[in-house]
Design a protein around this ligand. Structure first.
Ligand code: GA4
Length: 318
């Protein structure tokens, strides 16, 4: 009797011929006996793993399918970590403690680089828009109190027989200041254009999303960034539209039928106590503010009560 634990090497016909025993199914014993009688070979799923013990995400930690706390689901497995160890939830620490040092160190180093990268881009924005005082934005993601997080997503390839693409991560906008994404160059991420069409994002290895909380009036820009070598970051296209309206692009991930998709995203957020309001140098008159002042903590906690695709700024509209 040969028992194959997942992941199994890819084989087109295997899924048709090989019995699959779901250990979470109460009839699994009977399924095993049947498989042993018929073929003497079977595949085991839901056999429990270290990963399962690390979940479910709260929202930090290891998660499978469930996203957030309001019942959203997607075909995704992920690890969500708080970037600041002093703010870390027990789930973050637990996931991290059980992983090899080599993984922890790599993630920590990557997060540090992404923090630098986020603040660099924000510095460029400050310069381009003449934001005063200096470092008004970039400081927010640099200080030790910054409430940033890091997510690693795994979207398993779909069987070719399942022609229809499934939702890996439903449509949403990111709440933090800036998100830096890197993937294994596998199609899946889509962004929503102004006219509502969804387009696959193929161009880059690393992209930046602007946050929904930079909701300044009359600002709109798009930034695409590529990471050429592991530690060398080059900005190859920065577009600041003249009439300048910030846009927080709606995006989603569809599962891929050819390859599994991996992505890592650093979400650079401000300190929890930071007050978020239009920058005086950009919108001088209070009456022009579209939103009420809020702290990142208020915005975040109201955001976690929403569903992924919800419009989260509604509560703060004037
Ligand atoms: C979207 C961006 C980040 O992945 C995230 C997500 C968070 C989560 O997965 O727990 C949220 C989602 C994200 C926005 C609305 C709420 C919270 C899931 C969800 C339904 C980590 C974040 O900060 O906001």
């Amino acid at each position: 009797m040969v028992v194959v634990l997942q992941p199994v090497p890819k084989c087109k016909t295997s899924s048709v011929l090989i019995p699959v025993v779901d250990l979470a199914d109460p009839t699994s014993k009977t399924q095993i006996v049947k498989a042993c009688e018929e073929l003497g070979f079977f595949k085991v799923v839901n056999h429990g793993s270290l990963k399962d013990k690390a979940g479910p995400a709260d929202p930090f930690g290891y998660g499978s399918k469930r996203i957030g706390l309001q019942g959203d689901v997607g075909c995704v497995e992920y690890i969500l970590l708080n970037a600041n160890s002093h703010l870390s939830s027990t789930k973050t620490t637990a996931v991290f403690r059980k992983t090899p040092a080599i993984f922890r160190e790599a993630v920590e180093e990557y997060m540090e680089e992404m923090k630098g990268m986020s603040s660099k881009v924000l510095e460029m924005v400050e310069e381009a828009l003449g934001i005063e005082p200096k470092e008004k934005l970039s400081r927010l993601v640099k200080v030790k109190e910054s409430d940033s997080c890091f997510r690693m997503n795994y979207y398993k390839e779909k069987e070719e027989t399942q022609a229809k693409k499934e939702i890996g991560f439903g449509e949403h906008t990111d709440p933090q200041l800036i998100s830096v994404l890197r993937s294994n160059d596998t199609e899946g991420l889509q962004i929503c254009l102004k006219d509502g069409t969804w387009v696959f994002h193929l161009i880059t290895l690393l992209s930046l999303f602007l946050s929904e909380i930079l909701f300044r009036k009359n600002l709109n820009w798009n930034i695409w960034v590529t990471l050429q070598k592991p530690r060398k970051i080059t900005i190859f296209r920065l577009r600041v539209m003249t009439n300048g309206r910030f846009k927080s692009v709606k995006h989603r991930v569809l599962t891929n039928t050819k390859r599994s998709r991996l992505s890592m995203i650093y979400f650079a957020g401000p300190p929890l106590t930071e007050k978020i309001a239009p920058l005086a140098c950009l919108v001088p008159k209070q009456e022009d503010y579209l939103y009420k002042e809020l702290t990142w903590s208020q915005y975040k906690s109201s955001g976690y009560k929403t569903k992924l695709g919800d419009y989260r700024l509604g509560l703060f509209e004037k």
